[in-house]
Design a protein around this ligand. Structure first.
Ligand code: ADP
Ligand code: MG
Length: 475
């Protein structure tokens, strides 16, 4: 669309439920998959008066690790605040959150600057039945929820999605959360404005984005809408808008409240924390527990010569595919060409066999067998066609020795030059006119001669070797 000289500016606010055994401030179970309502509850998370919250260290640790991964500044002093507002899903009358002293400040991910990452509690889930009743399920109330806020530096819908996807991947690598948007485990809110000058325009916050596709489309829609409003001479109002999935439109929900209206103040029921005094939160402890992160995996796989697109496939499926590639690289002694070949066979041929099917939890073939197959392909013992056929058989049989399969199905290529020499001499003797054509410069004549050799060996000769020998013997 014509952007009429306007530049979009986007800042994201992303909430993610964290994976812990118990809730943020009590010992009720943290089970986002619980279907039966109001099972994982206790007096603390249903807000009985007089109950006292206790900080979940596991949740704090997750946020600190995320902060570490994005190279943010980890707070030394931190505290929790009460964010006061009335809503049936927050019966205390306030949400415990962080205001002035977030756990993490600054940092960046895929070149997008992060403002802060803080920790808070999730609210209960309200729903409305077919009649007049509203229902409240407290299983979600009090789950540890992190909130990450970015600077207003994102310039397009695609970049916003790239950021959100990378954060999801990071949370999964860290074991901090599953972060499925469709399940509400990760919630993305997009602040969008447009401007023709260096000064930012009025921003609109878009909510209810339940998939990456919705994030992308809602931002696109909102940018276009704002440009239209301004172009017809009207003013934008700072407001919160929802995303209507059916209409593929944003719609006005409410005027934006300011932070003053929440009357934040430090929660007197919780201790203020000096993180450096708490042994579990020491930097060395966190560093020791950090897994290899997506960006480090990318660098490693690229150093093995794996193509950029293939690297992404492995990084996105670390358990199923990334670890498989690493196992094979280990066996192939990090021999670059073979690893690249292995990565090609995995991403195009092996995954191709799963097209339209869901991927299994584990691949049915083991790394050692696959590595043998790659060695055979690399040395020319089997053709690329043969490699694909063997791979297919291995998958169907849930494994098997590729050498045995190659022999049984007659897929071993004859690559021994000594053994092919006599055949080549015969071909030259029996095809004098074709040989003459080749000598006179007709390249396709050579292919015909190779074809004769393939025919004579019922397809078992290595065509590359045949071609080489033919060239050497025709003079
Ligand atoms: P508020 O006080 O309304 O919550 P903040 O300054 O805290 O606003 O920013 C909230 C989010 O909005 C952040 O992600 C920030 O990057 C983004 N943001 C702020 N100003 C703009 C703007 N003009 N256009 C787009 N996003 C913005
Ligand atoms: Mg704000």
């Amino acid at each position: 669309m014509d952007s009429k000289g306007y530049t979009p500016t986007i800042g994201l606010e992303i909430h993610a439920e964290l994976k812990t055994n118990t809730k943020m401030f009590c010992d009720s179970r943290n089970d986002p998959d619980e279907k039966e309502p109001n099972i994982n509850i206790c007096p603390v998370c249903v807000a009985h008066p007089g109950t006292l919250p206790v900080i979940n260290k596991e949740a704090v640790k997750h946020v600190l690790k995320i902060g570490h991964a994005v190279r943010g500044k980890i707070a030394d002093f931190t505290e929790f605040d009460r964010k006061n507002y009335f809503y049936p899903d927050i019966p205390k009358g306030y949400q415990i959150s962080q205001y002035k002293y977030p756990l993490v400040s600054g940092g960046s991910l895929v070149s997008v600057e992060i403002t802060r990452i803080h920790l808070e509690e999730d609210t209960a889930r309200s729903s409305h039945d077919s009649g007049d009743d509203s229902l409240i399920d407290f299983n979600r109330a009090g789950l540890p929820l992190m909130e990450l806020v970015t600077e207003p530096v994102i310039k397009s819908a695609e970049q916003a999605v790239q950021f959100a996807r990378e954060l999801q991947l990071l949370l999964r690598y860290l074991g901090a959360g599953d972060a499925n948007l469709e399940k509400g485990e990760m919630r993305v809110e997009a602040n969008v404005s447009v401007s023709k000058t260096k000064r930012f325009g009025t921003k609109v916050e878009v909510k209810n984005l339940n998939s990456f596709k919705a994030v992308e489309r809602a931002i696109r829609y909102e940018v276009e809408r704002q440009i239209k409003v301004l172009e017809r001479g009207d003013q934008l109002i700072q407001e919160t808008r929802g995303w209507d999935e059916n209409k593929q439109q944003t719609f006005s929900q409410r005027l934006k409240e300011t932070s003053e209206e929440y009357r934040y103040f430090p929660d007197p029921d919780l201790p203020k924390l000096k993180l450096s005094d708490i042994s579990e939160f020491q930097l060395e402890v966190l560093e020791n527990e950090m897994p290899v992160l997506p960006e480090e995996k990318r660098t490693l796989y690229r150093s093995w010569g794996v193509s950029k697109d293939a690297v992404e496939v492995f990084v996105q499926e670390p358990v199923l595919l990334g670890s498989f590639l690493e196992e094979i690289a280990e066996i192939l002694k990090h021999e670059k060409k073979s690893i690249k070949l292995a990565s090609n066979y995995i991403t195009s041929d092996l995954l191709g066999l799963y097209k339209d099917k869901t991927l299994p939890k584990r691949l049915p073939i083991d790394g050692a067998e696959f590595a043998t197959l790659i060695r055979m392909a690399h040395s020319g013992t089997i053709s690329s066609r043969g490699t694909k056929d063997i791979l297919k058989i291995m998958l169907e049989n849930k494994g098997g020795d590729p050498e045995d399969i190659a022999k049984k199905h007659n897929l071993i290529q004859q690559s021994d030059e000594g053994e092919l020499q006599a055949l080549v001499e015969d071909i030259i003797k029996n095809n004098v006119s074709v040989v003459t054509e080749y000598k006179e410069g007709k390249e396709s004549a050579l292919q015909f001669l190779v074809g004769q050799g393939m025919k004579a060996t019922k397809g078992s000769a290595n065509p590359q070797i045949l071609q080489k020998l033919l060239k050497e013997n025709i003079s």
